[in-house]
Design a protein around this ligand. Sequence first.
Ligand code: MGD
Ligand code: MGD
Ligand code: 4MO
Length: 854
Amino acid sequence: GGGVKRYTSNTNGGPVFVYVKDGKIIRITPIDFDEEDADPWVVKARGKDFSPPKKTTVSPHTLAWKSMIYSPNRLLYPMKRVDFDPNGERNPQNRGISGYERISWNEALEIVANEIKRVKREHGPGAIMNGSGSHHTWGALGYWLSARLRFFNSIGWTPVVHNPDSWEGWFWGATHHWGQSARNGGSEFYNLVEDCLQNCEMMVFWSSDPESTSGVYGASEGTIRRQWLKELGITLVHIDPYYNHTVGLLGGKWLAPKPGTDSAMVLAIAYVWITENLYDKDYIDKRTTGFEKWRDYILGKEDGSKKTPEWQEQETGVPAKDVRALAREWGRKKTYLAAGGIAGFGGACRTATGTDWARGMVCLMAMQGLGKPGINMGSMQQGTPVDTRFYFPGYAEGGMSGDIFGTGNFLNLYQRMPNIVTMNTVKQGVPRLKIPEAIMDGHCEAYNADATTIEGQFIPLKYPTPGYSPVKMYYKYGGSHIGTMVDTNRYINMYRSDRLEFVVNQSIWFEGEAQFADVILPACTNFERWDISEFANCGGYIHHSFTQVNHRVAVLQHKCIEPLGESKSDIQIFLELSKRLGLGSVFSEGSTELEWCKRLFDGTDLPHNIPWKKFLKKGYYVIPPLPEDRRDPVSFRWYADGRPKDTPEPFPAPSDYTEEYRMGLQTQSGKLEFESSSLKRYDPNDPERPPIMKYNPAWEGPHATELFAKYPLQLVSPHPKFTFHTQSDGKDSIINDIKDHRILINGHYYWIIRINPQDAAARGIKENNLVKAFNDRGAVICAAQLTERIPPGTVHSYESSAVYKPVGEPGKSPDLGGCVNLLTPSRMMIKKSHGMAANSCLIEITNWSGEESV
Ligand code: MGD
Ligand code: MGD
Ligand code: 4MO
């Protein structure tokens, strides 16, 4: 009523209704279902019926969208740096300093199109590098794995190659014990909610805070399910240096190890199990290999040191009696291991010892009988009994990219929505964590994160590729890296060098790296364009990731309002550039954005259930759950039972099986391997990644004696509870006003660093004091929050500030914005990887006077 129209859209934190009046968004709410929408599933367990409410939920950051759309930081016009002249002086040294002037779209597109041609003409193929963030405004069509790939594939580019940052230790470590490479070393999760409710007696949350992180994209869907655990009286344990929001909500026993020491605790738990006969010997015999090697190491037969609870206490700081008690209870109860917010994540996997921790998680479950009733991996975050057979593509299944092998397109979508195939002919890539070295030193090396098979990660990734041009032009999509990568003053100093002849940034907001571009192209949000998507579906990355939600919801994302100012959809920007390069019809195939939505709709299973016109009007469709007797089998039950694999995954590839298709795991033996055959084959003498999981003290931590004397505080920088990385931080978002996110002091919203009152007292620091957190890599000004939620010696500050605001010279002075990743190390977690160890970071903290600039 009152001229208000209701539209639908979708976000990183759940689908929404969008209320629009006079062309302006006035309210954004979760979607309320109506009578005709499908009813939820019911799980029968222990004499009770468990069923989620018939509605959707959202994350806090989703409710900030209105303020982000109308943010004063929105880029509304194309801009050019005032002292950048493509035909004269370029003044790269002034990037981040000299300021901008408004230019027309025509001028902006001419400059960018001409630079694309110029660098190819002058330097040859490979001269254009493009990179994006890992996340995007929601929508399968507009996603960076869709339209962006179609454009760059058609001009030829050097891609920024992502490290598997969400998975790190799982990918580079756990894979070698159980395969799971296509899940980046993480766990599968089919029908775990039902199994857990029916059979589990205890849940160990290890580096796991799903009440903050929602798994990934899972809104608040898992909260009700975890409350059922409480209702059933299931024992809860939390192992995290921070008293996180999950222990805060659910309660239970909290153990707080020093960051990066968890693998010592793993070994001590196994020690108790071995010495007190609390493990599954039959399972060890039939389903695993190499146990004796690991057992001997744990019992001290290899190095003379018994990995007792007392031994681990020296490393972790957690009392031996607590670890012994935990091991005994775990060994006697059917236990779920919630390792990370979803099994395969977790801040511990992003430490210097992240490979050891993740390997340890798999080995512990192998000792307890992974896959038996009530014994599995998960936090009730994944594995709801939704219908996994109904097809709707996830955001990493390629969309309109035409890129068959660079995305999950080949799995399904390409056959269902044929479009012109695109491929990049530049066989060169730059590892994301080494972009600055690639540019400044002209060469760098890391390892590939090829997840198709276990051995994919052994293949070196060298830049440059022989015969290709070094990167001369950086076309950056989004501006997050100062807040999200590691040792990020490196990135700033790279921008300010003449080795990059041209930098263009295509962003929605003026923040972060956008401040270092020569030309800025203003993109609009997904609320200002058409798109189509599903709640929490990032298929192509995490197959069937939508089992995090209680109702599968497919959404037609309406163009709710016109793009603000002169901003344009990314697709439109790429189309306009394509036209200037003679590629217009190749890019668009003659379809508008709404027509692409229809093409994608036709490729899904939706047309069987709802006509296009109705979907277009109503804006969403609830995919009904399957009847109880057709639910998916439980993950790894087939394995525990010694049957062929029966869970609905397209991997491992047939060639990755040893004995017989679907029999066993992806490892060489087909079993859970305590002693990894892939590591034995590759490099049995690698001290950082030996064939059996061992305790290696972190290279940045209490054992780094000299550094530790200078910087005695261990910083953990996990994922921000209230924002989705840089999205919804800064930019006058309402999230700034949440006092656990930023604190307003003297007119500036400061980032928060959490410190134990003892450590604070020793430094004369009081609540809300402005402090300088620093080490040899940089300095960040934060507001101190004194809290017993973090033990002495450890400090906590979320990663992902969107704001970079140097006190003085960019890249060389303290940051008022809160980019704590200025402080984190850029050393690879293990040499033979491309993995960040952000949570192994030593710093010191002092009160900040506000005067000093260096
Ligand atoms: P995002 O904020 O998601 O972070 O790091 P990033 O992926 O770098 O970046 C998305 C960028 O894309 C933003 O700049 C956003 O504005 C832009 N963008 C979004 N939508 C659109 C769009 O529609 N159009 C355009 N043009 N631009 C758009 C995330 C990374 O951080 C991750 S996934 C992990 S797991 C790591 N975790 C981690 C940690 O645990 N600790 C520390 N210290 N650091 C970490 N960094 C990693
Ligand atoms: P983290 O916050 O990095 O999340 O999900 P996770 O990787 O599971 O880590 C979880 C916990 O690990 C934290 O409470 C942290 O204190 C703890 N931790 C850190 N270091 C250690 C350690 O050495 N040992 C132990 N035992 N614990 C440690 C990440 C996931 O979250 C990802 S990958 C993305 S891309 C999404 N990002 C995101 C976001 O940015 N904001 C919100 N609100 N939700 C998100 N969900 C997703
Ligand atoms: Mo991630």
